[in-house]
Design a protein. Structure first.
Length: 270
């Protein structure tokens, strides 16, 4: 009976042995984490102290109740629309340029074009939106135009890299078959590879739009317009109730866009 049960058990593969290099890497990461905590002056006892709790409560009380005057809510609605417009236009332009730069970055035009394009994408992606906005404010002036350009440049670097990875990982058999039968390479790409990658690329674009909405709300702090500029203005004047209304508008905007983006991604991936 026992031998029959043993015969019915599946032959599981042996557990792979862990290499010494893996153990060394894990130990190094653990030591790095402990060293990071030991080297930073966290001052947790002050953060959770009675004085810190009391001052935080007094500060938060200044935000209540939020300003709900109709004229002020109309300004918030206009700034919200401006923030959404900045993020939408920046993401749309970045998606178009991301496709154009993603093609050579995927290696379709040779190694030299791949290295050059990926270097450009790395530079665009490595500079944060706030730095781009600070630089572009000098050339474009205060307002949403500089913020839109900053979002566009940074997002081109992100989407271009993601689109290039999608093109590289896409199965090339159907495109090669079309080219073998005399179809032009551009037409073969448009009718074969692009439709296969489009759901993944659209998912990347929607996700970046969500991130750009949050970034657009922050870019206003440096004068790029939108809700961020309103928040900086009212906080600098210690108008906490007006600032609370702006913060609530940011939270509602991000929540609605996140839900909308999630539903769109679910519809495309079914």
């Amino acid at each position: 009976m026992k031998s029959a049960q043993q015969a019915m058990r599946p032959n599981l593969p042996q557990r792979p042995s862990m290499h010494w290099s893996t153990m060394t890497l894990l130990a190094g990461i653990v030591l790095l984490v402990f060293a990071s905590f030991a080297s930073l002056p966290l001052k947790l006892h002050e953060f959770f102290g009675a004085d810190a709790v009391r001052t935080s409560i007094e500060f938060l009380r200044g935000f209540a109740p939020p300003e709900l005057a109709p004229a002020f809510l109309q300004k918030i609605a206009s700034a919200t629309f401006e923030t959404l417009t900045m993020s939408a236009i920046g993401t749309l332009i970045a998606a178009c340029f991301g496709i154009l730069l993603g093609l050579p970055a995927s290696g379709r035009f040779g190694v030299a074009a791949r290295l050059l394009t990926r270097s450009i994408l790395n530079v665009l992606r490595s500079i944060p939106e706030l730095v781009w906005a600070s630089v572009l404010l000098i050339a474009a002036g205060l307002g949403p135009f500089a913020g839109t350009l900053a979002l566009t440049l940074h997002t081109i670097g992100v989407l271009g890299r993601l689109f290039a990875e999608a093109f590289e990982n896409c199965p090339s058999l159907s495109e090669e078959t079309l080219c073998t039968n005399g179809v032009h390479p551009v037409a073969a790409f448009l009718y074969s590879t692009l439709p296969q990658c489009s759901p993944q690329m659209m998912s990347y674009t929607l996700y970046r739009w969500e991130n750009n909405i949050r970034a657009a709300a922050i870019l206003g702090v440096v004068g790029a317009g939108g809700l961020g500029q309103m928040l900086k203005y009212h906080l600098s004047l210690f108008q906490m109730q007006q600032a609370a209304s702006v913060i609530v508008a940011m939270l509602l905007m991000v929540g609605v866009v996140d839900a909308l983006s999630y539903m769109l991604r679910r519809m495309m991936t079914r």
